[in-house]
Design a protein around this ligand. Structure first.
Ligand code: BG6
Length: 487
């Protein structure tokens, strides 16, 4: 077990978006709730020629807006002041070996070092090499790799190979923040802690699975990154496939990291590869046009700052996947994600098959049972059931059994990054991706990306504030399915 009392959390990209929006707020919340122990320190690393005071002023300015509620509590401000005591800064150009000596000088003696690489992945290799040369990696060190890890299978392998020269697999934490969400972790409990679901959780009892991660935000200030990436690499290759794994995997023999990751790997390796015909028929790429989102006008993707006017990057993906194993034979998994959609909503819909024979076949409104797992913004689980409409006759109506997590629990629910950062400090790998998982995901995704590139087709336009291009509904309709909000 690690000594969690003396840990230096070193954030490369310490002045970047992720650091001030997510990582530092997460660490503050951990501090506020006594999860960061006495000597734990946070060292931001950035190119800026800043003193420690400059960095504290920067963080004070940039991070506080993300912590409004916490800072407004009785001891919020006092906690913030004591939190800043933990914060340090090293001015390092990560491409220059001598700069790492500054980091070495700042490192506390005997501390366990956690390196969080929140930089462009193209820098990961150099950072690991220079850390090693400067003697800053020992067997207790850990490294956290932010997504996207690579642009395709070859680049992902190249990064993994390089990082593996300096850290062994048990020291590497490949983060997918969806795995840190309370509701996503709860999926495992729902599946494996409730006897009523397991016997039904398979073909032919389940007719389809839908996984949607819809966002109302556009590309914002991240066009430089996003235009090179697109929705498939940004969301499907990691977040959506990880959700699919948790829905589809066999029960792991324990919650030990490798037992869970072995099962997820099997799912990824069972994804049926898509042929050119499948790609044309079963995938849709879209790009948002101008529209209205939450009552406000929204620009077209091509009109966003720093997006090249001829960009063919997709901001929306819908696809139909199949898992080639006995549990999921003939059960389609529909995955969908997009920016500038009608609502911010992440949900998983398990649609059960109809009764094999219904004595109510003449009744109006008959619908199949569905389990609706809402991950965000509300966290809830609903089971849609058919009940008798009051009154004469035997008419039915779908009504939901509703478990609302907010009212079921009064405990504070930590954000994904807080939970995952604390996992890293404690050395818990279960909710991080193993190398082979990441590569298996790329192996499935890459031919789709290649197929799209080879087709030369532009992504289909959709108006901001809608559920995506019409082709997305048509994709479902071909198999006599509908997206949840259309049914
Ligand atoms: C990130 C993507 O990984 O996830 C972003 O890079 C996306 O483009 C974000 O907006 C969504 O995360 P969440 O937790 O807000 O659903």
């Amino acid at each position: 077990m690690s000594d969690t009392n003396n840990v230096d959390i070193v954030i490369f990209g310490g002045a970047g978006d992720l650091a001030f929006r997510k990582l530092v707020p997460a660490l503050f919340m951990a501090h506020m709730h006594d999860k960061l122990e006495g000597n734990n320190r946070i060292i931001g690393v950035g190119r800026q020629d800043w003193s420690r005071e400059d960095y504290l002023a920067f963080i004070n300015d940039k991070t506080r807006p993300f912590l409004k509620d916490a800072l407004a509590t009785a001891d919020g401000e006092a906690c913030w002041t004591s939190f800043l005591d933990r914060l340090h800064f090293a001015s390092v150009d990560v491409t220059r070996a001598p700069d790492y000596l500054k980091l070495a000088a700042l490192s506390s003696a005997g501390a366990q070092r956690v390196y969080y690489l929140a930089t462009a992945p193209s820098l990961f290799t150099q950072i690991c090499q220079h850390l090693d040369s400067a003697g800053l990696i020992d067997e207790r060190a850990r490294v956290v790799l932010e997504k996207p890890l690579g642009h395709d299978l070859a680049s992902a392998k190249a990064i993994n190979d390089e990082v593996a020269k300096h850290f062994n697999e048990a020291q590497i934490y490949r983060i997918d923040h969806y795995l840190g969400k309370e509701t996503v972790q709860n999926l495992m409990v729902l599946r494996f802690g409730n006897a009523i679901f397991e016997p039904l959780w398979r073909s032919p009892n389940i007719r389809s699975v839908q996984i949607t991660v819809a966002e109302t935000v556009g590309v914002g200030s991240r066009a430089g990154f996003y235009d090179e990436t697109g929705a498939m690499r940004d969301m499907v290759q990691n977040h959506l496939l990880q959700l699919l794994c948790i829905v589809a995997m066999e029960p792991p023999i324990s919650l030990e990291p490798n037992d869970v990751r072995d099962e997820k790997l099997k799912v990824l390796r069972s994804l049926r590869p898509m042929t050119a015909v499948d790609i044309k028929r079963d995938t849709v790429r879209g790009q948002y046009q101008a529209g209205t989102v939450d009552g406000a006008p929204a620009l077209a993707y091509l009109a966003e700052e720093n997006v090249p006017p001829s960009s063919t990057t997709e901001t929306f993906v819908a696809l139909k996947a199949h898992i080639n194993n006995a549990r999921w034979a003939n059960v389609p998994f529909y995955l969908r994600t997009g920016k500038r959609m009608q609502h911010r909503r992440s949900e998983i819909i398990i649609e059960f098959d109809d009764m094999p024979f219904s004595i109510f076949s003449g009744a109006a409104n008959s619908k199949s049972n569905r389990l609706v797992i809402s991950l965000q913004p509300e966290e809830s689980i609903q089971l849609q059931m058919m009940v008798k409409e009051p009154g004469s006759g035997m008419n039915m109506r779908p009504v939901s059994l509703n478990l609302d997590m907010q009212s079921a629990f009064t405990e504070r629910r930590a954000e994904a990054y807080e939970r995952l950062l604390m996992d890293v400090v404690k050395g818990r790998l279960t909710h991080f991706m193993r190398r082979d998982e990441l590569e298996a995901a790329w192996t499935w995704v890459e031919p789709i990306l290649d197929g799209w590139a080879a087709s030369g087709e532009r992504p289909k336009p959709y108006n901001a504030g809608t559920w995506g291009p019409a082709a997305s509904s048509a994709l479902m309709a071909r198999s006599e399915h509908t997206w949840f909000e259309e049914s």
